[in-house]
Design a protein around this ligand. Structure first.
Ligand SMILES: [Zn+2]
Length: 83
């Protein structure tokens, strides 16, 4: 996730230097971020459905090992597919 973010920023900066300010590169970077975020937003706790990337009010770029709501071991069970 952080690597994709860095890549997106680099892409915008590189295109900015080569072609001047480009909203197309900016749009491409946003689309890349959305694609990178899609599997992340589906990674929910299989027992209670809480997103593994949320730690209270904070979003972390890596999933929790234990669910912060019900304590389910998320590392042992595969991500829920039925949501
Ligand atoms: Zn849970």
């Amino acid at each position: 996730m952080l690597g994709v973010l860095a890549l997106a920023v680099l892409l915008v900066l590189a295109t900015d230097r080569l072609y001047g300010h480009s909203t197309l590169a900016f749009a491409a970077a946003i689309v890349m971020l959305l694609i990178a975020n899609a599997p992340m937003l589906r990674f929910n706790c299989p027992r209670c459905g809480k997103n593994a990337f949320f730690r209270g009010p904070f979003v972390v770029p890596w999933p929790n090992r234990l669910c912060t709501r019900c304590g389910e071991d998320l590392a042992a069970s595969p991500p829920s597919q039925n949501r």
